[in-house]
Design a protein around this ligand. Structure first.
Ligand code: AMP
Length: 588
């Protein structure tokens, strides 16, 4: 198959009139100011993500629409209308108030896709409380690190996750005042030192006054990983709602009649921006499936729920490809009209596979925790070049730049030249800081440009092509993993003297985490020790972050200033040229 061809869009491909039909004209016409006129209903100066997402519909006679349909294996589905969601989120807001939790305090959420996760997130936003979602696949260490960095005062989690990952570590999280538990079996919890959330919700009033929040008030705290140091808490504000709305409209083509399914983990920024906020803003019905990936189940959900817009991830698509086209062909999907993906490079083969097997191409798009919303996308308005991330959305100005020695940047105008992907400041969901790390935040900008840390190129037609990361972070199954966090956990084991962690290419998950360790005196490499270290890392970090492979080395390559040269480890692992090794300690 020649994957370099273009997928041409014709009017006949589209089952509804797309929101974005003329890309150039819309880019020209677009203004963020105009978007704010779409999101009205609150007094001047007041902006609240949850109110716009939920109450706006309930208040204008659209409350009987289904906001969420919750699915779980072996249980009947549970529908929640916009009116019900409005009442439940008010109740949660009142629960926080009764506990004395106010504006600006931090609620952390650690849960799978249970209804209370969505109720908690939106209810806290109504209270002006900042929400920080965590991956439920995290182990105790990443959880405690983030709660401490974010000075969390409340944690919403389930009884099982609490017992496995939090209870023993609770005294290491001194800021945590309250833990709200949901029983995974639907019953009541009675864990000492915690509160049963379902009972609290039942007894709380279902009306509340919104805490006044402005566009610049902090709403969300999303942790992301860098190459060095602790995870970075990207601060997002209520004004981001304008981006959520505009990108839901242009990049996901959401119409109020849609049945929408976002498969992202709710602990990832996509799970918040597009698994919760954007679909609600457009009044659509979201499918929320509690179960993990299973090819047959996913096709069944797409078919039985009549999903029309599906937002998923390249790893999931590759797992469906692996399951085989014959599985896909058993399920007719006549209602499905738009597929989009995000989070990692989408290989052209996957776009063609989808076109052939599912009858629709995948619209890849690009963004990151710091941008808060989709920035570059393949939209219904233009042809797809498989392998490309698409073009900047209306209201977004992107460029390929080169950083100078003095911190300035120059724009590379020539097509197909590689450089760093940069975005011009000014879109509403841009992060407003890394929590308690002003210097790191400032370093992400040069003049009016935000520097994304991604390498990319732009072709003569204005399409952007992902090249790689400018740093050492690892993307595994869509999760951004900081090597430093993994190395630190390994080094807590008495056998490990030093550790270097890299991403090793993997055909399904993109990259898998591989660690190289050298041992302390008195320890010898062995398969037994390898298994012990793998188990140690898994217990500490959780399965999503822990290395899948560990290799023993006598010494790790270091720069003269003492930094482990992960790039060299990677080059050696992959048999690639070693590049410039002049800073290597000891010469070679
Ligand atoms: P996160 O902040 O965890 O959402 O990760 C953001 C990073 O994921 C980006 O900086 C990219 O390195 C990568 N990424 C996101 N979307 C894409 C895409 N469509 N193609 C390639 N890489 C992507």
């Amino acid at each position: 198959m020649d994957t370099s061809q273009i997928i041409h869009k014709t009017a006949g491909d589209l089952r509804v009139r797309p929101n974005l039909a003329d890309y150039e004209a819309e880019c020209h016409r677009f203004s963020w100011d105009a978007v704010s006129h779409e999101l009205t209903g609150l007094p001047p100066g007041i902006v609240n993500i949850a109110w716009h997402a939920v109450d706006r519909h309930a208040n204008r006679g659209e409350g009987e629409r289904i906001a969420f349909r919750f699915l779980a294996a072996g249980m009947p589905c549970r529908d929640v209308t916009y009116t019900e969601l409005c009442a439940q989120t008010n109740r949660f807001c009142n629960v926080l108030r009764a506990l004395g939790i106010g504006k600006g305090e931090r609620l952390f959420i650690l849960a799978g896709r249970i209804p209370e996760l969505y109720v908690g997130l939106l209810g806290a936003l109504k209270n002006g409380t900042v929400v920080s979602p965590l991956f439920s696949a995290f182990g105790p260490e990443p959880i405690a690190t983030r709660i401490n960095l974010g000075a969390g005062t409340v944690l919403l989690t389930t009884d099982a996750l609490y017992a496995r990952k939090v209870a023993k570590w609770r005294d290491r999280m001194p800021s945590l005042k309250h833990v709200l538990l949901v029983a995974e079996d639907g019953g009541q919890t009675s864990e000492p030192g915690t509160l049963d959330l379902v009972s609290l919700l039942r007894n709380a009033p279902d009306a509340c006054d919104l805490t006044p929040t402005t566009a610049e008030d902090m709403a969300l705290l999303h942790f992301t990983s860098g190459t060095t140091g602790t995870p970075k808490g990207a601060v997002h504000v209520h004004g981001a709602v304008a981006t959520h709305w505009a990108t839901g409209k242009y990049a996901l083509d959401l119409h109020a009649s849609d049945i929408y399914w976002c498969t992202a983990d709710p602990g990832w920024v996509t799970g918040t921006s597009y698994g919760t906020i954007a679909p609600l803003l457009h009044g659509v019905t979201s499918i929320v499936d509690r179960e993990e990936f299973d090819a047959e189940r996913w096709y069944r959900v797409l078919r039985d729920e009549g999903v029309s817009v599906w937002y998923t991830a390249p790893t999931a698509i590759r797992m469906l490809m692996k399951a085989g086209p014959e599985v896909a062909r058993r399920y007719a999907l006549p209602r499905l009209r738009f597929i989009a993906s995000v989070g990692e490079p989408l290989n052209p083969e996957a776009v063609w596979w989808s076109k052939e097997v599912l009858g629709l191409p995948i619209h890849d798009n690009w963004w990151q925790t710091e941008t808060g919303g989709i920035m570059i996308a393949n939209t219904p308005a233009f042809d797809i070049k498989p392998g490309s991330m698409g073009r900047p959305l209306p209201g977004v100005e992107a460029a390929i730049v080169q950083r100078g020695e003095d911190g300035s940047v120059s724009i590379i105008n020539a097509p197909d030249k590689q450089g760093e992907l940069a975005l011009k400041q000014g879109w509403p969901s841009m992060f407003r800081g890394y929590l308690n790390n002003e210097e790191r935040y400032r370093k992400s900008f040069s003049g009016e440009w935000y520097l994304t840390g991604d390498l990319a190129r732009r072709d003569a037609d204005g399409y952007y092509w992902f090249v790689g990361r400018a740093d050492d972070v690892i993307k595994s199954a869509g999760h951004l993993i900081g090597p430093f966090e993994v190395e630190s956990a390994l080094m807590e084991h008495p056998a490990v003297a030093e550790a270097g962690v890299i991403g090793k290419p993997d055909p399904v998950v993109g990259e898998m985490v591989k660690a190289f360790v050298s041992l302390n005196p008195g320890f010898e490499p062995s398969d037994k020790l390898r298994l012990e270290l793998l188990g140690h890392a898994r217990t500490r970090l959780g399965a999503a972050v822990a290395p899948k492979e560990i290799a023993f080395l006598e010494l790790l390559p270091r720069t003269r200033s003492g930094k482990i040269m992960r790039r060299l480890l990677k080059a050696r692992e992959l048999g690639l040229p070693e590049g410039d090794t002049s800073t290597l300690e000891g010469g070679t």
